[in-house]
Unconditional design. Structure first.
Length: 157
């Protein structure tokens, strides 16, 4: 079992908080088989609330995927209560952790479903990071808010 954290790094303009909207957020990941090194061509989607049975086992996982090349069954679980808001502009910070068995994480696509907050508590929901940046306008404070230069990395825990 290998625990891997997804770390986010972004420039937050007039924002102090960025996180997935809720536990139904879909994590889009690219995975690599730990047995043969084959990288899956497609993005795989993982949700905390979705469970799949593991063939030949009594267990289940958030993602069960069979390698097309070596036929090995690999699994991934979102570690419960590991999801954290990103609050440190321009510094890497863990936002979620995964328990990976037989696979490695190689890429992440943030897409939509994010929520951002200002220091005063104004909430911007439906933040879409598909383009790796997002901007809006805070009418009350009369200023631009935004998320820029979105980057991520994976770190073994």
């Amino acid at each position: 079992m290998v625990k891997i954290a997804l770390e986010l790094n972004a420039n937050l303009e007039n924002l102090v908080h960025l996180e997935p909207a809720d536990d139904s957020f879909v994590w889009y990941l690219k995975v690599k088989c730990g047995g043969c090194g084959e990288v899956n061509d497609n993005w795989v989607s993982v949700e905390l609330e979705s469970r799949q049975d593991i063939p030949g086992s009594r267990g289940d996982a958030n993602l069960v995927i069979k390698c097309k090349l070596c036929s090995r069954t690999n699994t991934l679980d979102i570690i419960t209560d590991s999801r954290k808001a990103y609050t440190t502009s321009e510094k890497s910070q863990k936002i979620i952790a995964f328990d990976c068995r037989g696979l490695e994480l190689v890429d992440f696509d943030p897409r939509d479903g994010w929520v951002a907050k200002t220091e005063e508590g104004k909430v911007f929901d439906e933040v879409d990071l598909t383009e790796k940046e997002w901007t809006d306008y805070d009418e009350k404070k009369q200023q631009t808010v935004g998320v820029y230069e979105v980057k991520w990395s994976f770190k073994k825990l």
